[in-house]
Write a protein that binds this ligand. Structure first.
Ligand code: PMP
Length: 377
């Protein structure tokens, strides 16, 4: 049987990993600043993570959500502590798309409305509502096409206000990434976020912060825009949550309690997934990883801004986009082939750095030296 490859495949077989270092089958060493697309949050094969998963699997890996699963409660409690949102309710699922799907569904159910506001260049996942709210026609099937989703320009306060003035009473939800990831590392402005909050309050719409890529401590805040002093009604999360073990979730404001009945899943919140997520939170807390992400991230951003050839450096903490002139679009590939450094890309000429939250300044310097070498080559 032929295998379907989800992405164009780089012919490197990674067989071993530790922290931000990975090795291929020939024993070649690489630096991983991509973290498998923002998934590796506490580094590969972290001993505490490995032990937590192994211990849990030796006890029980899965049992149905129809019985008591105290480890889910433990995860919810710890997520409340680390995220600073104790009064929210956690629904557990398996991926970012599933998290957003449920957030949008909950918003529609709660308001009885159908319209969703999303933004240009957004990415929310590949399931039906999530993909309908994603600004990429290439991944939308005819069945997902809907007039219920309206795309507005990102950070455009005027367009947002106009939309609410025209049909605010029909808007179930506004869904936004605090920092657009796939869309090129573009951060939502504080006034824009504040305006979403106040229009949602005014019209009874639900504010969904897609924190799948920009959340979970990556920016130095737990959710990317915590610094803005704006609370969303629902935060969706996945990626870094399980450090590679599939788990997602939505953290929901208490005001939606009456609508919780429509949420459900078979695998979501299984013992093993919860053990993974708890150990990630343990490490984030014990090792002050949000602070580290903020410090090392700022160092990288400041240093990257010094390169003449770099058009723009965007992002926050360890979610960084480096925009290069089109003729330097090959730099990302060269970093891998010549310097053995994995990075991501947003557009062909935007390099995305999404490393583990515990990278050090030394690792940052290693990247900066290699980057300098590539730009000079
Ligand atoms: N939201 C955002 C912001 C994402 O970046 C992604 C994945 N790239 C998703 C949702 C979908 O997550 P998943 O692939 O786990 O379904």
């Amino acid at each position: 049987m032929e295998l379907f490859n989800v992405y164009p495949v780089t012919p490197i077989n990674i067989v071993k990993a530790l922290g931000s270092t990975v090795w291929d089958e020939q024993g070649n060493e690489y630096l991983d600043l991509y973290g498998g697309h923002a998934v590796i949050s506490i580094g590969h094969t972290h001993p505490h993570y490995v032990k937590s998963l192994t211990d849990q699997l030796n006890k029980i890996g899965f049992y149905s959500n129809s019985v008591l699963i105290p480890i889910q409660q433990q995860l919810a409690k710890q997520l409340g502590e680390v995220s600073g949102r104790q009064d929210y309710t956690l629904f557990l699922c398996n991926s970012g798309a599933e998290a957003n799907e449920n957030a949008l569904k909950l918003a529609s159910f709660h308001t009885g409305r159908k319209k969703i506001i999303a933004f240009n260049k957004s990415f929310h996942g590949r399931t039906s509502l999530a993909v309908a709210a994603t600004d990429n026609p290439n991944i939308v099937a005819p069945v997902n096409e809907t007039d219920n989703v309206v795309f507005l320009p990102f950070n455009d306060e005027e367009a947002l206000e106009k939309a609410f003035n025209e049909y605010g009473e029909e808007i179930a939800a506004v869904i936004i990434e605090g920092i657009q990831g796939v869309g090129g590392i573009r951060e939502a402005s504080i006034p824009f976020l504040k305006m979403i909050r106040s229009l949602c309050d005014q019209y009874g719409s639900v504010f969904i912060a897609d924190s799948v890529q920009c959340g979970y401590g990556r920016t130095g805040n737990f959710y990317s825009h915590d610094y803005a002093g704006v609370d969303a009604d629902i935060y969706s999360m996945a990626k870094g949550m399980g450090n590679g073990f599939p788990i997602g979730g939505i953290s929901i404001s208490p005001k939606f309690k009456a609508s919780f009945g429509l949420l459900g899943t078979t695998f979501g919140g299984n013992h093993l997934a919860c053990a993974a997520a708890i150990s990630v939170l343990d490490i984030i807390k014990q090792d002050n990883l949000m602070e580290n992400a903020s410090k090392v991230g700022q160092y990288l951003i400041d240093e990257l801004k010094k390169f003449d050839k770099v058009l723009e450096v965007r992002g926050r903490g360890l979610m960084i986009g480096i925009e290069l002139p089109a003729e330097l679009a090959h730099v990302k590939k060269d970093l891998l082939l010549k310097n053995r450094i994995f990075t991501g890309e947003a557009k062909p000429n935007v390099i995305r750095l999404l490393p583990a939250l515990n990278i050090t300044n030394e690792i940052a310097d290693q990247f900066l030296t290699a980057f300098d070498e590539r730009l000079k080559a």
